[in-house]
Design a protein around this ligand. Sequence first.
Ligand code: FE2
Length: 269
Amino acid sequence: MSFEVLNLKDCIGSEIRTEISALLTPGAAAEVRRLVQDRGVLVFKELNISDEDQVKLAQMMGSLREEGEKGIFKLTFDKRQKDRTDYMKGTFLWHMDGTHDDVPVFASMLSGRKLSQVGGQTEFASTYAAYEQLPQQMKDRIDGLKVVHRVATSMRRAGILTPENEDHWRGMPDKTHNLVWTHTSGRKSLVIGCHAHAVAGMDEAEGDSLLQELLEWTTQPRFVYRHEWSVGDMLIWDNTGVLHRAEPYPADSDRLMHRTTLLGEEAFA
Ligand SMILES: [Fe+2]
């Protein structure tokens, strides 16, 4: 093994200590891929990786999503960097990426380039561990349930659904997924988050309360890793087995994260 692994919490998160040169080998990339699936989120403190090397590592770990410039998507409120930033407040709520797709993205890499003076920490909650540790009674109750996911619902909850953008977000079709995702590996995770609009076929109030209860269960401290950023940190997380959110930070902050995304390989099931 070309690097040192330190677990950050029992259920989620490991810090990887390594040099960039040791990381950019097929063997190390395969090990990072295995670890990210096992631990949910990996932390490389002050790695200071270049955009080029970040994309190179992603390509060695899987298939790159075409986004941004040459695989680097800039996450920021800074209007000089991006034309549209209104959706950014949606990242303050617990979510997984890609519930409006049949095959959600596999993993994301995020490098901290500029930080906010206030807020901006990123939190991750393991939906694998949260499912595994549910009381059997709850596992039985949710077995076979399906959940309708709606992008407009997450925008409404984030307080950014406006008369101007409402038609755009409401135009995105709903997607229905199993509440419990049984992965091809046999592991099971919960598919929930701010985009979970309703439990299919269930009374609205009962469904809302069940989804809220599961979200509170999943995001309790024992399943959560919270990252306090330093410039140059890089994180990689398994989007199929964690929820994530950023702690709120001011819209005039110049916080800038460089993201690279790996395409999904497994459909919701
Ligand atoms: Fe996200």
